[in-house]
Structures are given as structure tokens and as C-alpha cells.
Design a protein around this ligand. Structure first.
Ligand code: C2E
Ligand code: MG
Ligand code: MG
Ligand code: MG
Length: 274
């Protein structure tokens, strides 16, 4: 009985591995066609001034609508795109699309709107990354000062020397640079003084449940103190409740995004046509 049970368990384990390998294989082959097939779209999450709710920018977030798989969330495909290198052409498309939409919003009467785009490690490390950014800005006419590139600590820390050089080139174009998910990666504090940064984005995990008595309170206060010393702007992510918003404001954080204000939505929903 024991042996049989064990064998059955092994068989289940084995087929589970096969199934996952197959699903992965299928995901990657679907992903290869996604861009050509026009299945990718960008949604935009408003970023607001917490004091008055006025939108100052949007973060572009990738969505994949597949006929069989349905709506695939980034968490389910970005890592596969990174591992296969597909993130490079996908990322270039994302940049182009975000700049195109940003330029259109300007024409439609939102001249100060900023657009933030997430950049992955492989994309950032491409020899021609800065040229790609410059070309898309040029082709769309979107002003560089209104484009913000979000890098994670992990991306920056992979090779600090070359990251700093590349970030300088981007800053020379006029583009803004933010550190996404700040506080969740492993990073040393001395790099903050060396990087040509504009913005720290406080990760949602620090914002969740934030109140004057929550354990995250001193952490968020410390991040805001750091940002002040380095003269960086701060944007809090994942704000869901009025208490989180109020606590952030009391700590002196006046910019943020989250479901309390708006989820990521289609371009036409951010600013409905008048
Ligand atoms: P991220 O850049 O940190 O984006 C913030 C994530 O938090 C988004 O998830 C957003 O939908 C979600 N979010 C916004 N407000 C709230 C809230 O109030 N509560 C909660 N719980 N979540 C909130 P999303 O869109 O699923 O994206 C996940 C991650 O995938 C992003 O994290 C980013 O790292 C990556 N990603 C998304 N689009 C792109 C892209 O175009 N390129 C690259 N390289 N990565 C992307
Ligand atoms: Mg981001
Ligand atoms: Mg983030
Ligand atoms: Mg994230």
C-alpha cells in the first residue's frame, strides 16, 4: 500500500512539473506573438497631489489581452519576458506608446501631465537604450522633462558604475528618473547620494495599513527624511484608505497613487473626452 501510495504521489508530482513546464512554454510562445497581434495595451494609473486630488501624472502599466488566456497580469508575464529577452521589443513598444499617448493628452489640454514608464533590467542594459528613448521622444514630440523612467533598486544595483553613467545620459536628455518599490530591494544608502535621481517611490507594502501607530510609520518617516536630505520627490504607491492618505500627508508626503484615487485604467477613462 505504501509503495503504491508513494508511486502515485510521485506520478502526480511528475505530471505537475510537466504541466507547469508546458504552461510556461505556451505562455512564451503566445507572448512572442502578442506584440504583433496587437494584444498589448497600456493602462494608466493617475498620480495625484494628496492635498487636493489633482492629477499631476500617470504611471503606464502593461496589460496583455490574450484570446485564450484572457487578461494576463504583468506579474504573470513580465518575468518570462525578461528571461526570454522579449522585454526588449515589448519595452520599446511601451515607451513609444506612452510617449504617443502623453503627447496626445498635451494636445488635448493637459500640458503639464507627466508620464511614468517602468523599465526592466535587460532593457536598461541595452547598448542603445538611451537612443531608443531619445528616438521615441523625438518621433512623438513628447517633452523629455515630462517622461519619468522607473527603475528598481535591483536594476540600478546590478552594476552601479554603468547604471550611473547611463542615468546621467538619460538626465542629459532631460528625462526624470525614479526608484520604484523603494525600500524593498537590497540597497546601500550611500548609493542614493551618487545616483542622478529625481523621485523615490515608496512601495505599497509600506503604505498598507499605515497609521500613526502602525509599525510602518517610522519606516515611512525615515524614507521621507532621506528623500528630503537628497532633495528627491516622493510618490507613495498603493494608497487604498483615507487613513493611509491622511497619515502620509501628516508626514509631509504630498504625492501618491492608489485605488483610493483610481486604479490603472484605459487612456480614455483617465481624462474622459469633453
Ligand atoms: P509597479 O511598477 O510597482 O506598479 C504598481 C502596481 O501596484 C501595479 O500593479 C498597480 O496596478 C498596483 N496598484 C496600484 N494601486 C494599487 C492599490 O491601491 N493597491 C494595490 N494592492 N495595488 C495597487 P500591476 O499593474 O499589476 O504591475 C505590477 C508590476 O509589473 C509593476 O509594479 C511593474 O514592476 C511591472 N510592470 C508593469 N508594467 C510594466 C512595463 O510596462 N514594463 C515593465 N518592465 N514592468 C512593468
Ligand atoms: Mg512602477
Ligand atoms: Mg512600485
Ligand atoms: Mg512592483
Amino acid at each position: 500500500y505504501h509503495a503504491k501510495h508513494h508511486q502515485a504521489g510521485f506520478a502526480v508530482f511528475h505530471s505537475d512539473m510537466n504541466r507547469r513546464a508546458y504552461e510556461r512554454f505556451q505562455l512564451v510562445s503566445f507572448l512572442r506573438q502578442a506584440q504583433q497581434a496587437g494584444e498589448l495595451e497600456l493602462h494608466y494609473q493617475p498620480q495625484v497631489d494628496l492635498r487636493n486630488g489633482v492629477i499631476f501624472g500617470v504611471e503606464a502599466l502593461l496589460r496583455w489581452q490574450h484570446s485564450q488566456l484572457g487578461m494576463v497580469q504583468p506579474e504573470a508575464f513580465i518575468s518570462a519576458a525578461e528571461e526570454t529577452g522579449l522585454i526588449v521589443p515589448i519595452g520599446a513598444w511601451t515607451l513609444a506608446e506612452a510617449c504617443r499617448q502623453g503627447a496626445l493628452w498635451r494636445q488635448q489640454g493637459h500640458p503639464e501631465l507627466r508620464v511614468a514608464v517602468n523599465v526592466s533590467a535587460l532593457q536598461f542594459e541595452q547598448e542603445d537604450f538611451v537612443d531608443v528613448v531619445a528616438r521615441h521622444l523625438d518621433e512623438t514630440g513628447f517633452p523629455p522633462e515630462h517622461l519619468e523612467l522607473e527603475l528598481t533598486e535591483r536594476v540600478v544595483m546590478r552594476n552601479v558604475e554603468s547604471s550611473v553613467a547611463r542615468m546621467r545620459q538619460l538626465r542629459n536628455l532631460g528625462v526624470m528618473i525614479s526608484v520604484d518599490d523603494f525600500g524593498t530591494g537590497y540597497s546601500s544608502l550611500n548609493y542614493l547620494s551618487r545616483l542622478p535621481l529625481n523621485v523615490l517611490k515608496i512601495d505599497g507594502s509600506f503604505v498598507r495599513g499605515l497609521s500613526p501607530r502602525s509599525p510602518n510609520f517610522p519606516v515611512v518617516r525615515a524614507i521621507l527624511g532621506l528623500a528630503r536630505s537628497f532633495q528627491l520627490e516622493v510618490i507613495a504607491e498603493g494608497i487604498e484608505t483615507a487613513l493611509e492618505r491622511q497619515t502620509l500627508e501628516e508626514l509631509g508626503c504630498c504625492l501618491g497613487q492608489g485605488h483610493l484615487f483610481a486604479p490603472p485604467c484605459r487612456a480614455a477613462e483617465v481624462f474622459p473626452p469633453i
